[in-house]
Design a protein around this ligand. Sequence first.
Ligand code: ASP
Length: 481
Amino acid sequence: MNFQNNTASGGTDKMAKTKQKKSFILENLLTILTVVGVFGGTAFGLILRSVNDKWKARDIMYVNFVGDLFLRMLKGLIIPLLVCSIVSSVGALDLSLSKKIGMRAILWYVCTTLLAVTQGIILVLTIQPGKGNTAAATKTTISQRNVLTTDTILDLVRNMFPDNIAKACISQYRTLITPPKDFNTTDLTQWDINSEYIENSNILGLVVFSIIMGIAIGQLGAAGVPVLKFFESLGDVTMLMTTWVIWMSPLGVFFLVSSKILETESFSLIMSQLGLYFVTVLTGLIIHGYVLLPFLYFLFTRKSPIIFLRKMSQAIITAFGTASSNATLPVSMQCIEEKCGIDVRISRFVMPIGATINMDGTALYEAVAAIFIAQIRNVPLSFGHVIAVSITATMASIGAAGIPQAGLVTMVMVLDTVGLPAEDVTIIFAVDWLLDRFRTAVNVSGDGLGAGVVAHLSQGDLEDMTDMPMSLKSNEENTPL
Ligand code: ASP
């Protein structure tokens, strides 16, 4: 009997090992294919451009069709995944523990964002890419929405508390100021105050609502369990759907990148005007995302950040391909849980919040871009200005949605602090689509490394917790650490 058992378990072991090997190859195969997708898409785009320099919008739309499908599938998963993850993870923790974990995550996010901004400011003040750059200054201007920084900040807070949760899934509140009918003034503070809803999910509102709902479930105890189970189960279903969509990444990324290349203006012209600015932002992003943050991760966890980032590579490439940390959320959560082995109670709590408010890459870029434009416009910057830029760039990155080029919109706030008009964002517009991809990759890497650090710091607390719901427990046990 014993002998039979041994043989059976030996066979099972072998089978498990072969299965593990197979899945290892498959996982890496997908990442490799996605990298090939990025480079292949770039090459394909360049080849198409060499055939014809000006592509019609309709033709670009055809090239982008598959990429668009991929993006739509990922976006469709965001809200169910985000809400279910937060509700189920916060609901499963007791209040003091979720407070602890939440505070650790927020502290990490704020400190690393400030670090990114400081580093960007040091780089742009040292390299001075805008000094004597007259070519970029002649960019044509487009009309921008009139906004006050105060309104932007108040809207951010308002959106944290959605008045209608269904509406929050599809739109965001925005203050609109319009010139008064009876008298003429350029003083925006005297303009009439109205409001509008713009089509864009109010992710921040959904995050806050889900956290509060999770807390309420936790407080209710047994009475809240059915709701908790519902969200846990829906979260697991969405995660499984994510694993299917991820298999579309190589093709999706290929067409997203190639169509973007078809859309852009002449590269050589852009680079001759904005090359140094591009290099400054890129250097900052690389140092922050792939030197400083990994170093901090190592300091806190004493684990290899290289292995961690390698395991996150699928999410990092998807971020590059989609230019959206929200759209990448399903992929990054999958990597963090399945590959990096982070406790699901941490990943499902911390990652959606990170994808919404933690954008180190965006913060760094906003600070560099505002100071670059000030240098071009010959606006002298005092120390006070620089401090103001760092604070508003941090706020702007928190307020930026995790969608393509959202940072460009919130940059208006940072420009305002150095007395520059909103229209000046057009100066950097030409390279923004490409920088956006790099900064999104850093945003996603920062979320992942942050989750890794918070998980490490919270390990003891989580081990002390005995009343963990079964579904979360079994998920954790299946995940190798
Ligand atoms: N695209 C960025 C993101 O989704 C935001 C931005 O910087 O524009 O993270």
